[in-house]
Design a protein around this ligand. Sequence first.
Ligand code: ZN
Length: 311
Amino acid sequence: MIELRPDNFKKDNYNFITGICAGGMARMIAVDSKDAVSEALRIHNTSPVATAALGRTLTCAMLMSSGLKNDTDSVTLSIRGDGPLGVILAVSDRFGNVRGYCENPHVDLPLNKAGKLDVGTAVGGGVLTVIKDLGLKEPYSGTTELISGEIAEDVAYYFAASEQIPTAVAAGVLVGPADNDIPGYGVIAAGGYMIQLMPGADESLADEITARAASMPSVTTLLSAGASPEDICSDILRGLDFQVETRSYAGFKCNCSRERMEDGMKSLGYQELRNIYLEDKSAQTVCHFCNRTYTFNENDLWKLMASCFKK
Ligand SMILES: [Zn+2]
């Protein structure tokens, strides 16, 4: 069965694939996240290493969205390391549309010994937290330690340690010179995949999948060579009867709105709003995720103050 998601459907432009293999004993999700990561770079003006770290986090959040059922469900991936990047946060909706930010997006570090962007050092040691809002009274939340700060490894460890699901995860971002004559750098390729075993799957299948994932070239190598997420799935799972379940398009999408910002302002309470009204006559709030600015003038503040008394 192939589900075409009307909201997310762009003709001939699938970048998000989900499917099953080995008679339903494992599921695989793969995404080409170049659009989402490029948009994050544009919005947050991330340095190369921050682009890689935030990009991998956004990509993993996109992959983790595949288990969500309802339109209002979301999954949040928060990386809290003691490295210079600070907190990295990504939130995905059930379609894999993602938004996110990094506390210190302009951090610049020398390349590591392998000549690659040093994401592990930029993130540092700390914890990874996953919050799934499934519309229940309390969101589900799990936390594990960061084992390398390289993000994909940390997410795989989270699944093994916190959810007891054997999972192979890969996420990569290739940063390089921008296209054409534009000065600076851009996202050359970005993407990832996740393969999870279903309950009751044989241990030998886990070993087989782990070995296959380990022997693959990096995901950015594959994408730069022109492979689609679907190609990546069928290559890794060759001979394991991979069947596509959904094809869709996912990108960077913020869900902020003036209404949400008004709710945030109201939560300050009447006294605080009155102080702002008397001292500044106006207020501005900025969305962390997309940097959009919302301005509240004197009249708006007056209305917000009045609304504090409405039932
Ligand atoms: Zn926003």
